[in-house]
Design a protein around this ligand. Structure first.
Ligand code: F6P
Length: 546
């Protein structure tokens, strides 16, 4: 952002500084320009600290970034991931559900359709318990998705969120972490002869996934007396590195492809979503794609004034860069969406957690805020005290679902009432005068009354966005996930960041590879590490030797 742009935005922030949200919310016309509907999703940004002047200044910012040309370049498959020289075409994975003419190259669309058809054949075979057709073991009851990061978070979010749409009767398990506690717990509870393992890794080089994959291969093989060919019938791989997957013992017909132009955290729409397709069936999976495509069509066609991803991005950047808020809490009021904060942590923080531009120059402004959160109303009983009265202002994304998938109407109304109440309390607050009036008859000593009133005052003026899905359907979830993907894209345009690489995860991986042998060998002194890490390695050896 240029210094002139920042100065211009600050003028608006200063002007708004004296205006409380409780006042702004009541302004005429606000409901018209700060609320949006895209298919099954309603978005209410009326509790953001904006007025028409600030809104127009933000619009001028995104316009000056040439956002439409950059958006179209992504949809067309230009190498917008410059540091890796790659196209970014997760949108092409759902182009079949779009009403607009596709922009992606026809050869890529054809490749994607072929992959979707082989995924459909696989799902059909597993559903028909006719795995033999594809060389799979019969009688599967449990499906384990082994993968981490993008090979876990999106699929897990979707499988859990859409539990009301599951068919086929399978039980689903997710094994992302290299932590052997979870791996051994799963092996204790599952029957290896009835378990299907999906090894999902774009690179097929991820330590956690390969290690767990080997452990599960041995576990299944031992159930067949060491027969590795029989055991292989329990494994399917999804990877862009087909030779490595085959080298792992997965036959080529059971390695589903993935491509360089699909980033891990954007990959749930691809074969990485196999576990979701197995959970909700292929028609359900296609509906999920349609939901994503509906958001794509909106993003591609709406001007900035009415473009929801653009406004999610602009309000986020306004809160981050101009109002100076350092984190964003995501609080879904639906247990099925409990993985949404974790999913968004990777999507937003891996994509936008950068300090330099593609040309290597250092950013002048702050980029991604810390993204965190958990389900409401549980969250209210944990950290909401700080959100209401703490010294740090934390913008919140509230996510709710209007129609539940159960008939406990009173529960659902209570859940939604809590969601609405929190956004209102954060914005409107309770003034000191209101607190004093409440205490007027109960507390007679003035000093005590003033002290108590101060503690019972809610400053308010704390921004939030409310997203309401009509229902938690495959289409609705697809629309929601694509909204956040495009929000991230627009922020990457505003900040001039490559949202599609992640060099920052590499250094720790390299050091871990050097530390592991040092942990395994107590005799040879740990060398080549910093003094603090050396001391920790020594401490581990000391405890093990006791
Ligand atoms: O370490 C980060 C990361 O590279 C993510 O970007 C990715 O989603 C995850 O690891 C898993 O990678 P893979 O699918 O290649 O195993």
């Amino acid at each position: 952002m240029t210094t002139e742009r920042m100065a211009d935005l600050r003028v608006h922030a200063d002007r708004l500084g004296s205006r409380h949200l409780r006042e702004l919310i009541e302004e005429a016309g606000r409901l018209e320009y700060l609320r949006y509907r895209v298919g099954p999703l309603h978005a209410d940004l009326t509790k953001q600290r904006l007025d028409p002047g600030a809104w127009n200044a933000l619009g001028a910012w995104v316009e000056a970034c040439d956002w439409e040309a950059r958006r179209d370049a992504m949809f067309r498959g230009e190498p917008v991931n410059a540091s890796e020289g790659r196209a970014v075409l997760h949108t092409a994975l759902r182009a079949s559900g779009s009403d607009l003419p596709p922009l992606a190259p026809p050869a890529i669309l054809a490749e994607i359709e072929r992959a979707a058809q082989s995924m459909a054949a696989l799902v059909d075979a597993v559903y028909a318990n006719d795995g033999a057709r594809l060389g799979l073991a019969p009688g599967i009851t449990d499906i384990v998705n082994v993968g981490i990061g993008g090979s876990d978070l999106g699929p897990r979010l979707a499988v859990e969120a859409l539990s009301a749409h599951h068919m086929g009767g399978f039980r689903f398990h997710f094994l992302p972490n290299v932590d052997g506690h979870q791996t051994s717990a799963l092996m204790r509870t599952l029957d290896p002869r009835r378990t299907l393992v999906l090894l999902v890794s774009k690179t097929f080089g991820t330590q956690e996934t390969l290690l767990n994959g080997r452990v599960l291969q041995d576990w299944v093989a031992s159930a067949y007396g060491g027969d590795t060919v029989a055991a292989a019938r329990h494994f399917i791989a999804v990877s862009a590195n087909v030779p490595a997957a085959q080298g792992f013992g997965i036959p080529p017909e059971r390695v589903l492809p993935l491509w360089d132009y699909v980033g891990g955290r954007y990959s749930v729409w691809s074969n990485v979503g196999l576990v979701l397709a197995l959970a909700i069936g292929m028609e359900g999976f296609r509906d999920f794609l349609r939901g994503g495509a509906q958001m794509d069509d909106h993003f591609r066609s709406a001007p900035w004034q009415s473009n929801l991803p653009v406004w999610m991005a602009l309000t986020g950047a306004w809160n981050r860069n101009v109002l100076g808020y350092g984190s964003l809490a995501v609080v879904p009021y639906h247990d099925g969406l409990r993985e949404l904060p974790a999913f968004l942590q990777q999507l937003e923080m891996e994509s936008l957690g950068k300090r330099v531009r593609p040309d290597g120059s250092v950013l002048a402004e702050q980029a991604v805020p810390v993204v965190w959160g958990s389900v409401g109303s549980n969250a209210q009983h944990a950290y909401f005290q700080a959100l209401h009265q703490g010294t740090e202002i934390v913008p919140v994304d509230f996510v709710g679902v209007v129609q539940p998938a159960h008939d406990l109407a009173e529960n659902h109304d209570a859940l939604l009432a809590n969601l609405l109440a929190q956004g209102s309390a954060l914005a409107v607050g309770k003034s000191e005068d209101e607190a004093l009036a409440e205490l007027a008859h109960a507390v007679h000593d003035e000093r005590t009354r003033l002290a108590l009133a101060a503690q019972k005052t809610f400053p308010g003026n704390r921004p939030s966005t409310t997203l309401l899905l009509d229902a938690l359907t495959p289409r609705g979830l697809g629309c929601l996930v694509a909204l956040y993907e495009h929000k991230v894209f627009v922020q990457s345009v505003l900040w001039d960041i490559n949202a599609f690489d992640q060099w920052g995860v590499e250094l720790g991986k390299t050091i871990a590879k050097r530390i592991q042998p040092a942990l395994g060998n107590a005799q040879s002194p740990a060398t080549g590490f910093d003094a603090s890490t050396r001391a920790l390695i020594d401490e581990i050896h000391k405890v093990r030797a006791q």
